[in-house]
Design a protein around this ligand. Structure first.
Ligand code: CO8
Length: 366
């Protein structure tokens, strides 16, 4: 895992948002009074922590996000000769993952970048990283919102199983901050930036100190408009406002909560049962990190009691929702204590809707 050096606390975010909202309401007093537009309600750090469990988030670029005349990061455009921003985030995590796995780039033969957005359509970020690392083989990007990381790991697993690749580097450069609507009280606090990377390879070549056998994978998608971003290449032709609020992340948070919690709990229970396992066989639950209360509810449904912090670690207090990287941050920070034979599940859930899981068994520590 690679994380940016900039942190934004709830307090900083709320102070900037509230100053922006007060100015907006003052500037638009007449229109608000005539009922033409709604006044901007104020945000609160206490609400954010209570409703989501989030206390802070990392930002790739902090400059601009707290500027009430801007309310978005000021990310300098890079020339086509320079490494892209997401390529840089991806490369940082990729190098760390290769080091942990005791792998040289020459041993990798495929790169998958899985995340919620890529900063351009082509060439793929994965191919850019492949070039930077001097990897021979192939690379591609795939977008499945919050499930992009688990879905990408599943594709890597299938490629290694099928023999179409021997060693796959899966990278999740989640640069969410450019798509956050920092002018929207209901969602300005949700996301943070981070990059994770994982090496998936055959048992024979594995030289990592800590490694896991993938016992099984499971994915499901069900269409829903409740989490959506309409940003896309077609905007140039539709004459729609390219900066309209519907082009940024927006959601029906309450509906998502109600729909996704039972779906995720059932998905994990079904996956375990398909593998002949029960909840009692599991040592760790590396769950998606969107909302603390969601994770508490899902783990309660699965275990029949509240999960402990050791069983289902929470990282969103420090990292916020990092789209698909959340469950992998939890995995990254909370796996080294597992013993040979211990079993855990990585599970993501989010926009689409999409749910992806991998059940892992710890191999002998090298
Ligand atoms: N400060 C103070 N009050 C607030 C604030 C705030 N910041 N925000 C909302 N309120 C108010 C509301 O207006 C409401 O007031 P009222 O009762 O008067 O209407 C009240 O607080 C309660 O609001 P909600 O019902 O919305 O609050 P909840 O308790 O449901 O919490 C959450 C809101 C935290 C959003 C919660 O519903 C939630 O987390 N739901 C799950 C959402 C989720 O998991 N979404 C997944 C999104 S991520 C994903 O899928 C990947 C997308 C790709 C990445 C995108 C990158 C940018």
């Amino acid at each position: 895992m690679w994380k940016p050096s900039h942190v934004i606390t709830n307090e900083e975010l709320v102070e900037a948002y509230n100053a922006y909202a007060e100015k907006f309401n003052l500037d638009n007093e007449a229109r608000i009074e005539s009922g033409d537009i709604d006044a901007k309600p104020l945000s609160s750090a206490e609400f954010i922590e209570k409703a989501s469990g989030i206390k802070a988030r990392y930002a790739y670029v902090k400059d601009g996000i707290l500027d009430i005349d801007r309310m978005r990061p000021r990310i300098p455009e890079r020339s086509e000769d320079e490494l892209s921003h997401q390529g840089e985030m991806a490369l940082n995590a990729a190098k760390m993952a290769l080091k942990e796995a005791n792998k040289d780039a020459s041993e990798v033969d495929a790169v998958i970048v899985g995340c919620a957005y890529t900063e351009r359509s082509y060439p793929a970020i994965a191919i850019e990283v492949q070039g930077e690392l001097g990897i021979e083989g192939f690379g591609f990007d795939m977008l499945v919102a919050c499930s992009a990381a688990t879905f990408a790991l599943q594709r890597a697993y299938e490629m290694v199983s099928a023999g179409t690749a021997k060693c796959v580097l899966v990278i999740n450069p989640e640069l969410t901050s450019p798509q956050v609507n920092y002018c929207d009280r209901d969602s300005h606090f949700i996301f943070g930036d981070v990059s994770t990377a994982t090496v998936v390879e055959t048992e024979e070549t594995c030289q990592s100190e800590h490694s896991y056998e993938i016992l099984g994978t499971k994915a499901v998608t069900v269409f829903s408009n409740n989490i959506r971003s309409n940003f896309g290449y077609i905007t140039h032709a539709t004459d729609a406002d390219p900066y309209g609020v519907d082009k940024l992340f927006h959601q029906q948070g309450r509906s998502v909560f109600k729909d996704v919690c039972p779906m995720a709990a059932k998905h994990i229970a079904d996956h375990l049962s398909e593998l002949g396992l029960t909840k009692d066989d599991l040592t760790r639950w590396w769950l998606h990190q969107a909302n603390l209360n969601m994770n508490l509810l899902i783990s309660k449904r699965l275990l029949g009691r509240q999960a402990t912090k050791e069983e289902a670690p929470i990282v969103l207090d420090e990292y916020a929702n990092t789209a698909s990287a959340g469950s992998l941050i939890a995995f990254n920070l909370y796996h080294k204590d597992l013993k040979e034979g211990d079993i855990g599940v990585i599970c993501s859930f989010g926009a689409g809707y999409s749910i992806g899981s991998l059940v892992l068994k710890k191999r002998k520590v090298a």
